[in-house]
Design a protein around this ligand. Structure first.
Ligand SMILES: *Cc1c(COP(=O)(O)O)cnc(C)c1O
Length: 393
């Protein structure tokens, strides 16, 4: 068999700004002789991101996981935190690392985010917070979640690692709940190689969190809390500033690719696409399909394996569920009976390649491969399509 692609097509590629522009920034850093601890690049990036994300306060971190852990610790949570199993494992780890018990809540069938209608049934006297995730950049039901939190006096920490730039009716995603975490990892749309941030509205929290990420140091002779090293350095900030300048161009290209995927794959029996939410500007960081084996004729793993044979490295985000991993599967809330929707969709999801430089012709061929994937159980003669692609208009 000859693979359709002779070079690997990965699920994403990092934004790589013009190296000359990065070098200019490095020269500024060398001239200033200041490499970390809130230097000029760091402060400029913080100001520009605050404006871009339309949030009152922002604290930058050396990665998103540390930002999330700092938020959890600085809010002084204890006991149980209600969260989603359908996420990257860092979400759950940020709770366990702080001695908290994650309580997994099932997800919404359509948005794949935490099912807000099920949160209240999981609240106990030990619950102190809710940690939802805006999965694939699609916003959670923030109105309902924030109302539940107010009523039961719970904190809300949103994991918005995927949701840089997501807006609901023109309002930035980082303005909901007590704190919102963004990740600036190289695989996220906006990145600083590694990095992250917390967004919030409380000026006192700003002071506390800045101290926390610098070992809890107040001044040369005073340490007021058990902090850690969470600082974003000048080189990370410099890369971030140059990435920010080419971000809109990348986002436009990705939106075009998503349009192409949707043209090819919408209306195909057994393939479900992410919903288009009215009033929402979503973040084009992932393009995820759900493969319903019964209706499509072959399963997600068949499609995944067939794409791999042809050098297309789609990813099963998020499979397995966090509740299925060793450290968490013993928890009462991890049972599949508690998580029927999450358990089903984790076996259906497949993130397809999405990055600005992905050629349109490659998108066409990836879709052809998906539509001709043979079933592990009922193999088709090669090249025969089980599904006719819909007529493009
Ligand atoms: C990437 C990611 C994180 C962790 O961010 P890092 O910056 O890599 O530490 C947390 N949660 C989710 C949902 C993520 O996708």
């Amino acid at each position: 068999m000859v693979a359709v692609f002779d070079q690997p097509i990965y699920v994403t590629r990092p934004i790589l700004p013009d190296l000359g522009l990065v070098t200019e920034k490095l020269e500024q850093i060398w001239a200033a002789q200041w490499l970390t601890n809130g230097g000029g690049q760091h402060n400029l990036l913080e100001a520009r991101l605050r404006e871009r994300l339309a949030v009152p306060y922002l604290a930058l971190f050396n990665n998103g996981t540390n930002a999330l852990m700092a938020a959890v610790d600085c809010l002084g949570l204890s006991g149980e935190v209600i969260t989603t199993p359908f996420t990257f494992v860092a979400t759950t780890h940020s709770l366990a690392q702080n001695g908290l018990v994650p309580v997994f809540c099932d997800v919404d069938q359509s948005t794949m985010n935490i099912d807000a209608t099920r949160i209240e049934s999981l609240i106990t006297p030990r619950t102190t917070a809710i940690m939802p995730v805006h999965v694939y950049g699609m916003p959670c039901d923030v109105g309902r979640i924030d109302a539940i939190a107010r009523q039961h006096r719970l904190r809300v920490i949103y994991d918005a690692a995927h949701a840089f730039g997501t807006e609901i009716d023109g309002v930035g995603i980082g303005t909901f709940g007590d704190v919102t975490m963004f990740s600036f990892h190289a695989t996220k749309t906006f990145h600083t190689v590694e990095g992250g941030a917390l967004a919030f509205a409380d000026p006192e929290f700003k002071q506390r969190i800045e101290r926390y990420k610098n070992f809890g140091i107040c001044d040369e002779e005073t340490v007021s809390m058990v902090g850690f090293n969470g600082k974003l350095n000048e080189l990370q900030a410099a890369v971030g500033l140059t990435v920010l300048d080419c971000l809109d161009d990348e986002l436009a290209k990705r939106r075009n690719i998503i349009r192409l995927y949707r043209d090819h794959l919408s209306g195909v029996d057994g393939i479900e696409l992410a919903p288009l939410m009215p009033g929402v500007v979503s973040n084009p960081s992932y393009f995820v399909i759900r493969v319903d084996e019964a209706a499509f004729g072959c399963g997600r793993d068949d499609v995944y394996g067939f794409l791999r044979e042809h050098n297309v490295f789609a990813r099963k985000y998020f499979y397995p569920l966090c509740s299925e991993f060793g450290p968490y599967r013993h928890l009462p809330s991890s049972s599949a009976e508690n998580l029927p929707v999450a358990t089903r969709i984790a076996r259906q999801v497949l993130a397809l390649p999405l990055y600005g430089a992905l050629a349109e012709s490659h998108v066409d061929r990836i879709c052809e491969l998906i539509l001709s994937a043979p079933s592990g159980r009922r193999p088709l003669p090669t090249g025969e399509a089980r599904h006719q692609p819909p007529v493009l208009v």
